[in-house]
Write a protein that binds this ligand. Structure first.
Ligand code: AMP
Ligand code: TRP
Length: 336
């Protein structure tokens, strides 16, 4: 069975972009792939996280994984910091990745822009992500558009490692959805919907109540004119709302245009709010059930045990290739 690997940061509320761009799609892979889905807390601490809050955010992210339909019987769910191989391989790969290629990462440029001081972890972040993926010999990496460049970096570093030290890592492939790979902010269709947006009107969180959803959709920016047509160049705000409506209802863009022909933005927004509420209702229900069950800790513990087993084998292989650790050497100079 081929392997899939992906991760989500526990750095705040999860929003519709995370859901349609990533988590919902994770469930599509469960039957065909051996899936590893990670809560990447080591990535989250590249910017300050309150230690009193972080455990709650990790737990909440796990609950949303489960609420979105991930089945712990089929997929391995775990927390990154419970598997020490990630940080260890990350260091080894930092010695293969170059300063120049990391400097070209657009996410780093965006996140560091205007800040005089940022952690060095923010800069090396994509190398840790490469370690995450390579430790599981992943074939595919389902992610949103914004992570494409990071997966490309992972491929380059893995290829360089393989050619320098001998065949070690499988070269993974990013799987980006055709639609919904980049849901935009409801307040600014030039920007992606993001959990670090200081204005909560920009995103719909998976935990928003019906009233909050109605309010946010009503206040979403629109374009000039009043037709509901999908035209990302001329009408980026409406195109974004149509994309969300399509993802919630399964309707094609042309069907949506037909449904709202001759009707204005107000009608469309009302229908959109209803569609989002309906799409999120089963998630809320499952979230509540999992939260009450108290099963999350056990699921994550079992997941970490399995992830440790798989990743330690790959780490050992990489250490041997690099000539590190006599204990990892297969040919007899054993200290064991
Ligand atoms: P993050 O919240 O940065 O940990 O992202 C988790 C996953 O959600 C990644 O696969 C991202 O590519 C995806 N994602 C984040 N924001 C969006 C968005 N606005 N639209 C689509 N996918 C997104
Ligand atoms: N960097 C990703 C994000 O912010 C999260 C992530 C970390 C990830 N490690 C990963 C995604 C490995 C896919 C595979 O969205």
């Amino acid at each position: 069975m081929k392997r899939a690997f992906s991760g989500v940061q526990p750095s705040g509320v999860l929003h519709l972009g995370n859901y349609f761009g990533a988590i919902k799609r994770f469930t599509d892979f469960q039957d065909e792939y051996d899936c590893y889905y990670c809560i990447v807390d080591l990535h989250a601490i590249t910017v300050y996280q309150d230690p009193k809050e972080l455990p709650r955010l990790i737990n909440d992210t796990a609950l949303y994984y489960l609420a979105a339909g991930l089945d712990p019987e089929k997929s391995t769910l775990f927390v990154q910091s419970d598997v020490p191989c990630h940080a260890e391989l990350s260091w080894m790969l930092e010695c293969v990745a170059t300063f120049g290629e990391l400097s070209r990462m657009t996410q780093f440029k965006e996140k560091s822009k205007g800040n005089e001081s940022f952690s060095s972890g923010l800069f090396t972040y994509p190398v840790l992500m490469a370690a995450d993926i390579l430790l599981y010999d992943a074939d595919v990496v389902p992610v949103g558009e914004d992570q494409k460049q990071h997966v490309e970096l992972c491929r380059n570093v893995a290829q360089r490692f393989n050619s320098r030290y001998g065949e070690t890592f499988k070269i993974p492939e990013a799987i980006i959805p055709k639609f919904g790979a980049r849901i935009k902010s409801l307040q600014d269709p030039e920007k992606k919907m993001s959990k670090s947006d200081p204005n909560p009107l920009g995103y719909i969180s998976l935990s928003d109540s019906k009233d909050e959803i109605v309010n946010k959709v009503r206040r979403a920016v629109t374009d000039s004119g009043r037709e509901i047509v999908y035209s990302p160049e001329d009408k980026p705000a409406i195109a974004n709302l149509i994309t969300i409506y399509s993802l919630c209802t399964g309707l094609e863009f042309s069907e949506i245009e037909r449904e709202f022909e001759g009707r204005g933005y107000a009608d469309f927004k009302q229908a959109l709010a209803d569609a989002i509420i309906e799409a999120l209702a089963p998630i809320h229900e499952k979230y509540r059930r999992y939260a009450e069950s108290g099963m999350v800790a056990t699921i994550l513990k079992q997941g970490a045990a399995k992830a440790n087993e798989v990743s330690s084998q790959v780490l050992k292989r990489a250490k041997q290739r690099m000539g590190l650790s006599l204990l990892a050497d297969p040919v007899g100079r054993k200290l064991r």
